[in-house]
Design a protein around this ligand. Structure first.
Ligand code: KG4
Ligand code: ZN
Length: 350
């Protein structure tokens, strides 16, 4: 089964063709990130205008690449596509609408089923992609999933495909947001500085005992809170006691400590057989290494998407559409910026 997918939830315009939810046959991503770097934050109106500018060329390039890879004419390529999938939310309304309307137009023109996908569920399905369709992934249900993106930090129990139970979430800033705000406080990139902060942290020589709190670790629940950490960082920077690389190191340590400890606790409590990570922050090297080591120590398989699949793309949108496979009537598919991880279009009936 081949799915053509479209993702336009924020500042990336992406399209892909994926076979059986696991093998990417073609993928294109255009981004307006540089523009938002220059303004120090995303301007939704500009992101939406760029989505509009990019969407047709991105779909066209994906189809060309798919034709070339599969040795098909354009007509044969279109005929070989079984469904169209599109990110319905969460995200910026102006950006989402471009992708949703483009996907609807293709579904009508080509007479294909249309599958709306929750972007956060998409991040989870980055774990189900392989470079080789013959590969059998050792993912066993139930899985505990940690989703750490720019706007969300969620812990969920995945009992099967599309079958999710909410475990916990952030009460304020998402982990990615905390990385970005702290990067800004440290004078690094003004927009999505998480990766840059992490690089700076790597240059710190082993610092003194930790000087930042581990928020919510003492609470008997699975919720997170990162805004206080950012405030502590601000105070520490103002005090001038520590160098910026030390602060970056300690901030990353604190976030990773909390994320790993809560994930492992949930894994034990729910008897999960696999831990899955998803979202932009799962590209963080320290988080990847610590989670792998912690999983190993309790005998649980940890699966983390390859780096290029951690950040936004259309490949995992097709994968989620394949495994959950809930087409909707074209007129019922709408962009919904406020979707949460539980609005999963799976067997919860939404
Ligand atoms: O999932 P994503 O690409 O977009 C959303 O759906 O939000 O996540 C973007 C977030 C940003 O906050 C970015 O700073 C963060 O992921 N990020 C990282 C790293 N790479 C991306 N945070 C920490 N370390 C990284 N290496
Ligand atoms: Zn994302």
């Amino acid at each position: 089964m081949n799915i053509l997918s479209i993702e336009t939830s924020c500042d990336e315009t992406a399209c892909a063709v994926v076979e059986n939810g696991t093998k990417c046959l073609a993928s294109t991503i255009a981004t307006s990130k540089e523009l938002h770097e220059s303004t120090g934050g995303i301007v939704p109106e500009i992101a939406a205008r760029k989505q509009l500018e990019f969407i047709v060329p991105v779909i066209d390039k994906t189809l060309k690449d798919y034709c070339a890879a599969a040795g098909k004419t354009r007509q044969e390529a279109i005929e070989s596509i079984d469904s169209i999938a599109v990110t319905a939310g969460p995200g910026l309304i102006g950006s989402l609408l471009i992708g949703v309307e483009a996907a609807k137009a293709l579904a009508v023109a080509w007479n294909k089923p249309l599958i709306p996908v929750n972007h956060l569920v998409g991040h989870i399905y980055a774990n189900f992609l392989t470079e080789n369709t013959e590969e059998t992934l050792p993912i066993q249900f139930p899985c505990v999933v940690l989703i750490v993106s720019g706007g969300h930090t969620d812990l969920v129990l995945m009992k099967g495909h599309g079958d999710f139970e909410f475990i916990g979430s952030t009460l304020d800033d998402a982990a990615g947001e905390a990385f970005d705000k702290t990067a800004r406080l440290l004078g690094l990139s003004k927009y999505l500085g998480g990766a840059e902060l992490s690089k700076l942290a790597e240059t710190a020589v082993q610092p003194q005992p930790s000087f930042l709190p581990r928020p919510m670790l003492d609470k008997d629940n699975y919720d997170f809170s990162f805004s206080g950490l950012k405030t502590s960082v601000k105070r520490i920077i103002e005090s001038g006691i520590y160098s910026t690389e030390h602060v970056a190191y300690e901030f990353e340590e604190a976030v990773v400590d909390v994320l790993v400890t809560k994930t492992i606790k949930a894994t034990k409590e729910y008897g999960a057989k696999t831990i899955l990570l998803g979202g932009g922050v799962s590209a963080n090297k320290k988080l990847r290494n610590r989670m792998q080591a912690a999983g190993e120590s309790i005998g649980v398989y940890v699966r983390i998407p390859s780096l290029k699949l951690c950040t936004d793309n259309a490949i995992y949108i097709a994968s989620a559409a394949y495994f959950i496979n809930t087409p909707k009537k074209i007129e019922e598919v709408t962009a919904d910026p406020s979707l949460t991880i539980m609005s999963n279009f799976g067997n919860n009936g939404n």
